[in-house]
Design a protein around this ligand. Structure first.
Ligand code: NAD
Length: 285
């Protein structure tokens, strides 16, 4: 040990104020009554944001989440039913949010689904449903949010940015997925949608990014983790050797939406325990 350091005084940690990264901000999370959307809504509310819990089906779950958020986080919240692939529903949802909360600061484009089939058996209906919800839905919501961000501009007392959009994409924006061509095409589309919008609206101080999850324990992929055999199989794809939890995504979303992440724009953050590291090559390929 360096002798000069032995007589150093103890460093006393100051009492740190509780940081509410998103205090006073207004957030809309689509598909927020389940899975990742629910986890994101909770973490944004914990960080001080007022939240709109969008849902399509499952009203009871949405209402319960709103009550939980209001009681435990001391922020405002309401549930709103809308199909994100329906233009009129989306417009009405933003109108309601702006009437209730005055504006929007954060959009989390999360609603999504799968309709899996081998490519030669995939129906046009399966294709269209996935593209309409996962890609067109994200476009429709982003468009309405950007209208409001541009109209309002930066509220300096709230955030240094005029608005933040987080698209919940997937590792399948870059990893091809046999038997899920519609899903992978929708997420690949979300990646270039995000980058193109980010490039276009950056001068207005609007930040647009993707969070691209790997395997997260939610109802969308129950078959991949429910049984020990399925879970063990899944682990072959995850170098970090655990499934992701919705909190892993929620905490990152809260930070990404905050001014701590202000210089992050037009990029995908992969939250996947290393799934995008080509784990098959770990032993030489
Ligand atoms: P989930 O099924 O629990 O949640 C999906 C949510 O989207 C539900 O609340 C559902 O009601 C809602 N939704 C579906 N269609 C809608 C519509 N037309 N309008 C409004 N809401 C609609 O699944 P999840 O895993 O939480 O999925 C959330 C997002 O995360 C999806 O975009 C999905 O593609 C993405 N994702 C999930 C994983 C994973 O491993 N769970 C991995 C990568 C990406």
């Amino acid at each position: 040990m360096n002798e000069e350091n032995t007589n150093l005084p103890n460093v006393v940690m100051p009492v740190c104020p509780e940081v509410k990264m998103l205090k006073g901000q207004k957030a809309l999370i689509t598909g927020a009554n389940s899975g990742i959307g629910k986890g994101v809504a909770i973490e944004l509310a914990k960080a001080g944001a007022d939240v709109v819990v969008n849902y399509r089906g499952g009203e009871q779950a949405a209402i319960e989440l709103v009550e939980q958020i209001k009681t435990n986080c001391g922020v405002n919240a309401f549930a709103y039913q809308a199909d994100v692939s329906n233009e009129n529903d989306v417009k009405a949802m933003f109108e309601k949010m702006i009437n209730e909360f005055g504006t929007i600061d954060i959009l989390v484009n999360n609603a999504g689904l799968q309709k899996d089939a081998p490519i030669d058996e995939m129906t046009l209906e399966q294709w269209n449903t996935v593209i309409n919800v996962n890609l067109t839905g994200q476009f429709l919501c982003a468009r309405e949010a950007i209208k409001e961000f541009k109209r309002r501009g930066v509220r300096e007392e709230i955030s240094v940015a005029a608005g933040k959009i987080i698209h919940i994409s997937s590792v399948h924006e870059v990893i091809p997925w046999a038997g899920h061509a519609n899903y992978a095409a929708s997420k690949g589309g979300v990646m270039l949608l995000m980058k193109s919008i980010a490039q276009e609206v950056a001068p207005f101080r609007i930040r647009v990014n993707n969070i691209s999850p790997g395997a997260i324990r939610t109802p969308i992929n129950t078959d991949a983790w429910r049984t020990p055999a399925a879970y063990n199989d899944l682990m072959k794809l995850i170098p970090y050797k655990r499934i992701g939890e919705v909190e892993d995504i929620g905490r990152a979303a809260a930070w990404l939406a905050s001014d701590y992440a202000d210089y992050i724009n037009g990029t995908s953050i992969y939250i996947d325990g290393g799934m995008t590291l080509y784990p098959g090559f770990a032993t030489g390929g």
